[in-house]
Every structure is written in C-alpha cells, then in structure tokens.
Design a binder for this molecule. Structure first.
Ligand SMILES: [Zn+2]
Length: 54
C-alpha cells in the first residue's frame, strides 16, 4: 500500500532567450541563467566572445 504521486517532472531543460523568448543558443559566460538566441546575442554584444554555446 503505497501512494507515491511523483509528478515533479522538470520542464526547465529548454532555455529561452530572455529578450524574445525564442529557444536560446547562447548564454553569458559564467551566467548560464542569462540566455540569448543567436540574433539577440549578436545584437547585445556585437560578437560571441562573451557567450557560451548551449
Ligand atoms: Zn532572442
């Protein structure tokens, strides 16, 4: 008699661009929570040196 209702599935695997909500491709180095899609990353930083590919 065990009632285990484990419905704690995490859907936070897919990161989203913090600007346009598109699927993120890059995050800031050292700050993985801050993600950008490629377009927004380039707009923000003009280059990808500060970014890490997800
Ligand atoms: Zn974006």
């Amino acid at each position: 008699m065990s009632s285990n209702s484990e419905e704690t599935k995490k859907e936070g695997k897919t990161k989203k661009c913090i600007i346009c909500d598109a699927p993120a491709e890059y995050s800031i180095k050292g700050i993985p929570q801050t993600c950008y899609c490629r377009e927004c990353a380039l707009k923000q930083f003009k280059q990808l040196n500060y970014l890490e590919k997800l």
